[in-house]
Ligand binder design. Structure first.
Ligand SMILES: C[S@@+](CC[C@H](N)C(=O)[O-])C[C@H]1O[C@@H](n2cnc3c(N)ncnc32)[C@H](O)[C@@H]1O
Ligand SMILES: Nc1nc2[nH]cc(C(=O)O)c2c(=O)[nH]1
Ligand code: SF4
Ligand SMILES: [Mg+2]
Length: 253
């Protein structure tokens, strides 16, 4: 089975903060799929959005070396499995499936998740959640999930409100499948407080929320705390947390 891959590397989860379901600070092997159907203005994986421009994929040869070997795309699933297993350092909390958007290649994604489960690994899905019908397919194989709520300022797609509703639907599907799921909202200085209220009302009783400043950070602390407080007053003070992309500060993948 073939897939369009971006990279495989070993690091620790740098996002998610401390809410229920987060794997922040845990060792993970990351499998980054190429291709995405959205176009977030601040995407830090932009080079992988158009799969036709990802002619080869890379896999780290040793953890924390950022030394890579390359293979052409489309990748063979077995080669991806080998790349993951050679990075197993014995302390891996879970395998993170990210991208680009991993659910767009749902057949190879499922095959990979099944294989890793059979090898004793837990599966962590990092998704924009915009495709609930595909989330339905992978939910039974998923142990943890981070689902983005794409704020209006992400400009991820034309009809951003219906995208948010689909993302909440994906969270519901994952929750009902017993997945430890949380929502992640990337905020900017232009994020509107009334939109945060709307997201929090949609998520109430469904999943905790992490608020993650867009990197590079421009939002001021005061504004960040105001958005946080607004969400916490609706979701409950134990159901909101901050998340920073800590790996970027420590200059690891
Ligand atoms: C690159 S995305 C891939 C997974 C999926 N397509 C998604 O958007 O959730 C992985 C995570 O990085 C976050 N991210 C990407 N660029 C970012 C930036 N500039 N600042 C903060 N978070 C960012 C996304 O919000 C998402 O939670
Ligand atoms: N260390 C580390 N943590 C991450 N959490 C989410 C990431 C992503 O790109 O999906 C990511 C990533 O790229 N690196
Ligand atoms: S959905 Fe994820 S991969 Fe796609 S553009 Fe947005 S942040 Fe980037
Ligand atoms: Mg990243």
């Amino acid at each position: 089975m073939k897939l369009i891959m971006a990279e495989v590397f070993n690091s620790w989860q740098g996002e998610g903060g401390s809410v229920e379901g987060s794997a922040f600070g845990r060792r993970q092997i990351f499998v980054r799929f190429a291709g995405c159907d959205l176009n977030c203005a601040w995407c830090d994986s932009r080079e992988y959005i158009d799969p036709s421009r990802v002619s080869r994929w890379r896999y780290e040869v040793e953890p924390f070396t950022a030394k890579f070997e390359y293979k052409p795309n489309p990748a063979e699933l077995e080669d991806v499995v080998d790349a993951v297993l050679r990075l197993d350092t014995g302390d891996i909390h879970s395998i993170s499936y990210t991208g680009g958007e991993p659910t767009l290649q749902v057949k190879p994604l499922k095959a990979l998740m099944e294989r890793m489960k059979s090898l004793g690994f837990d599966n962590f899905l990092e998704t924009h959640g915009g495709l609930p019908e595909l989330i339905e397919e992978v939910a039974p194989l998923t142990d943890y999930a981070s689902v983005d709520i794409k704020d209006e300022t992400a400009r991820a797609t034309e009809d951003w409100r219906s995208l948010v509703l689909r993302e909440v639907e994906s969270i519901r599907i994952l929750r009902e499948a017993g997945v430890k799921v949380y929502a992640k909202l990337v905020v900017t200085p232009e994020t509107k407080i009334e939109n945060v209220r709307w997201y929090a009302e949609l998520l109430k009783g469904l999943a905790p929320l992490v608020i993650q400043p867009r990197e590079p950070i421009e939002i001021c602390q005061r504004r960040l705390m105001d958005l946080y407080r607004e969400a916490a007053l609706i979701l409950g003070r134990k159901n909101v947390g901050l998340s920073f992309q800590v790996h970027k500060y420590l200059n690891v993948l």
